[in-house]
Design a protein around this ligand. Structure first.
Ligand code: TRP
Length: 335
């Protein structure tokens, strides 16, 4: 708890371009959480270097992700939005937690197996201990809840195990975090294969709408979306492509699926796709304009980066000092 609020922590990698799915499924809903929770959203650049990055590109993407969060409506006065690499406690606690994590546990992580298959020429130790750094991120802020996708559940489970193991030895040091299950956003599927989630790492650029795609690109991608040969617009499992288009339409327009089906009664797929394209443009164009406005205000973004890193450092250092004391590191002489 911070004050009378529970703590929420989440981290995002600045690799890959965020998609409409990330926005409608997560980001958009986070805006409303800051009243209920004390929120920390870290741009986890230290996690990103577990695979080789181009330095200039990493820096650029990290800044644009941070800007995007603000543009999406996360108020940086109420939400601590910061770079992981600016807060030294992350690396310090990660080292300590490494000594409380077993090789066998890390060996079982499916993301490690997938990533080492994908980057066979660079299976570095950081890739292996990545989940421990993630545990440090979460535990430093005594997070009660962590909104994560299904792909990160195994890492969150490990975080809980590490925290419980530590607490069993040293007393109640860490809050045991839970997965955040609140109002979930729309689940947006690939435009090219509606059985798969829309993903920022999809190799087919037509499968995903990126948040910074221009209006014509968005319209074109919607037009090319895979549908079926049924010829009717109904919201049902047998028509996953149409259902996905309706989901996108509803998430962008605030309408229910019943309302949308009624609206498109008797229309062809072409008309539906056109309407979806316009609805998406209607949501993303203002977001993109806000990003462009914010990018011009370098001093403002810089001040957000600085102030929030200081806040994160302050909160996280409290936990770190407690941990260091518990495990027997020498006391720091008072200044
Ligand atoms: N591993 C997460 C991902 O790739 C990012 C992440 C790092 C994270 N630290 C975190 C997510 C802490 C939630 C909490 O998506």
């Amino acid at each position: 708890m911070i004050g009378d609020k529970k703590v929420l922590f989440s981290g995002m990698q600045a690799t890959g371009n965020l998609t409409l799915g990330n926005y409608l499924g997560a980001l958009k809903n986070w805006v409303s959480l800051s009243d209920e929770y004390e929120c920390f959203y870290s741009v986890v650049d230290m996690h990103s270097i577990t695979v080789r990055q181009d330095p200039a590109e990493l820096r650029r993407r990290a800044r644009s992700l941070l800007t995007l969060y603000i543009a999406a409506g996360l108020d940086p006065e109420k939400n601590c939005i910061y770079y992981q690499s600016h807060v030294s406690s992350h690396a310090e606690l990660a080292w300590i937690l490494n000594c409380f994590t077993y090789m066998g546990e890390l060996n079982r992580m499916t993301q490690f197996k997938d990533k080492s298959a994908k980057h066979a020429d660079n299976i570095n130790a950081g890739l292996f201990t990545y989940p421990v750094l993630m545990a440090a991120d979460i535990l430093l802020y005594q997070a009660d809840v962590v909104p994560v996708g299904i792909d990160q559940m195994q890492h969150l489970e490990l975080t809980r195990d590490i925290a419980q193991r530590f607490n069993a030895i040293y007393g109640d040091v860490f809050t045991i975090p839970e997965a955040y299950i609140g109002k979930v956003g729309a689940k947006i599927m690939s435009l090219q294969d509606p059985s798969k989630k829309m993903s920022k790492s999809d190799e087919n650029p037509n499968a995903s709408i990126y948040l910074m795609d221009d209006a014509d690109t968005i319209r074109r991608k919607c037009k090319r979306a895979v549908t079926d040969s049924e010829g009717v617009i109904l919201y049902r499992e047998e028509q996953p492509g149409i259902r996905n288009l309706l989901d996108i339409y509803c998430a962008c327009s605030g309408k229910t699926s019943e309302e949308a089906v009624k609206e498109f009664d008797g229309c062809g797929y072409g008309q539906l796709k056109e309407a979806v394209g316009e609805a998406v443009v209607g949501v993303l164009a203002p977001l993109q304009n806000r990003v462009k406005e914010l990018e011009k205000d370098k001093a403002y973004i810089d001040s957000v980066i600085k102030n929030n890193a200081e806040k994160a450092q302050y909160v996280s250092t409290k936990t770190l000092r407690k941990v260091q004391k518990k495990i027997g590191f020498p006391e720091r002489p008072r200044q």
